[in-house]
Design a binder for this molecule. Structure first.
Ligand SMILES: Cc1cc2nc3c(=O)[nH]c(=O)nc-3n(C[C@H](O)[C@H](O)[C@H](O)COP(=O)(O)O)c2cc1C
Length: 218
């Protein structure tokens, strides 16, 4: 009999195989191997907490690959040999995927290999929220829940647990950004129907929230 961890790993592998390569192949875009994350250093936790805030004015400067790598690792990277993550998650079932919407397309963060897998070639940043700054900020994270992995709970509970999982990731991003002098804002002001459609997610997957990150303006 499979343990929960094995079942979860199997689900992940099949979901990735079923969705990402098809889109990637169509676009002939290569996956990006991120630099090894620097998982030490930065400001103290208490300093980061003191600096944490939501920011809604961004420059259009891109994030250097190392900073992007560190940010994604902080968000929901693997921090133990068990494969577990920097954020806790519901029932030890991996429900949330982190997508990075940037000027060069939409990428799925793959924490095991620490890669960005191509998902869409389009720049959909402006569609990740209803506020103007999202269209020009370097990075908009789009958090996506696998509803099909939560099949034994009601639709309301799926959204609840997926939202809680996302909130922990969002706070990791806030604290990383505070520590690095970056700006961030977690967001629900989204045209969900449009974003779900544009991201071409498989049935039962749905966007929970988005989060902008980048250099502050000025
Ligand atoms: C669930 C949730 C949804 C949010 N949605 C938005 C949003 O769509 N746009 C926005 O500018 N800020 C959004 N925020 C950020 C809050 O407005 C912000 O955290 C709050 O005003 C407190 O400010 P602070 O984060 O600077 O402490 C959201 C925060 C949460 C927790």
């Amino acid at each position: 009999m499979l343990t929960r961890r094995q079942a979860n790993a199997g689900l992940l592998a099949s979901a990735t195989a079923a969705t990402v390569p098809a889109l990637a192949a169509a676009q002939e875009v290569k996956a990006i191997t991120l630099p090894t994350p620097r998982n030490d250093g930065g400001q103290s936790l208490l300093t980061a907490l003191k600096l944490r805030r939501s920011t809604r004015e961004y420059s259009d400067h891109k994030l250097p690959p190392q900073v992007l790598s560190d940010l994604l690792w902080a968000a929901f990277g693997i921090n133990r040999p068990s494969g577990d993550r920097t954020a806790p998650y519901w029932r030890h079932i991996m429900v949330i995927d982190v997508y990075a919407a940037m000027d060069n397309g939409v990428w799925l963060y793959e924490p095991k290999t620490h890669m960005l897998l191509p998902h869409l070639a389009d720049d959909i940043r402006a569609a990740t929220g209803l506020q103007d700054f999202v269209g020009t900020a370097a990075l908009n994270l789009v958090y996506v829940a696998h509803g099909e992995r939560m099949s034994d709970v009601s639709p309301e509970d799926r959204r609840l647990y997926a939202s809680v999982d996302t909130g922990f990731i969002g706070q990791n991003v806030y604290l990383f950004c505070a520590s690095e002098g970056l700006a961030s804002v977690f967001r629900a002001a989204i045209d969900y129907a449009r974003l779900n459609r544009l991201t071409r997610l498989p049935e039962q997957q749905f966007v929970t929230f988005a989060q902008t990150a980048g250099y502050p303006r000025g």
